[in-house]
Design a protein around this ligand. Structure first.
Ligand SMILES: [Zn+2]
Length: 246
């Protein structure tokens, strides 16, 4: 009776397929800046952040679950031309398994030779070069988010898709940024992380619309209300920020 099988364990990582005791909190603790809690900022599930088996983060687990639930794998397939900023390890592996026609990984500060150095404010590709752009947790870091959105739209075909996961507060009417907020501690307290330069409010959807995107945003409760946030280590309040280029 002392034996413990893996399936007795409480949590399950959809990325590595392992049953685990628990997901590891962000940086080993559950706390987040008080303002982020006060404004109900939707971002990572900091209490169930890291998979101790494969190292994936909650938002990557959630994103892959959205793709599976919505049967979106075909948008990664043989006719796809994909530009992927700040490429997540597991998502990029999944994409490569789908054999897209063209797959470009990009970052302003590439950590690997497989990743091309690209500034999202000035993407060095012609109009309508891609059918899908993925830039998760990028827009809160960039100097000019409107310019970045316009560039993403420009390089997409009409009807092309963008996956643009970003933390935001639905309590805020307006996106908040200020050039005087420069120190890592100020940015952590006001924007939620030491290298964030803005906190998006609900006008983020107007910004996407102004850039030429139609929202196809899906919530967790619309497509996987039966999947427990605790078991799968995800933030059930985090929607899928999926947009169509119009
Ligand atoms: Zn895992």
């Amino acid at each position: 009776m002392n034996s413990t099988t893996t399936t007795d364990l409480a949590c399950y990582c959809t990325v590595c397929g392992q049953h685990i005791d628990a997901f590891t909190p962000y940086r080993g603790h559950n706390s987040r800046p008080p303002l982020m809690a006060l404004l109900n900022v939707i971002g990572s599930n900091t209490s169930q952040f890291l998979c101790p088996s494969c190292g994936c983060h909650d938002r990557e687990r959630h994103l892959l679950m959205y793709l599976a639930k919505l049967n979106l794998l075909p948008i990664l397939g043989s006719s796809a031309r994909i530009l992927h900023f700040a490429p997540e390890q597991w998502l990029s592996q999944l994409i490569q398994l789908q054999n897209p026609a063209f797959y470009l990984m990009a970052d302003l500060y590439p950590q690997s030779e497989q990743v091309e150095k690209i500034d999202i404010h000035e993407i060095p590709y012609p109009d309508a070069s891609f059918t899908l752009v993925i830039a998760n947790h990028v827009l809160e870091h960039v100097d000019d988010d409107r310019r970045a959105m316009q560039e993403i739209r420009r390089v997409l075909t009409v009807g092309g898709l963008a996956i643009l996961q970003t933390p935001y507060s639905a309590s805020l009417h307006n996106t908040f940024s200020d050039p005087g907020v420069v120190s890592p501690e100020q940015r952590l307290q006001l924007f939620g992380q030491e290298d964030h330069v803005r906190l998006f409010g609900r006008d983020i959807f107007e910004r996407f619309a102004e850039a030429g995107f139609n929202p196809l945003v899906v919530t967790h409760h619309q497509v996987m209300s039966d999947m427990s946030a605790v078991v799968y280590g995800i933030n059930e309040n985090e929607p899928l920020f999926l947009f169509e280029a119009v």
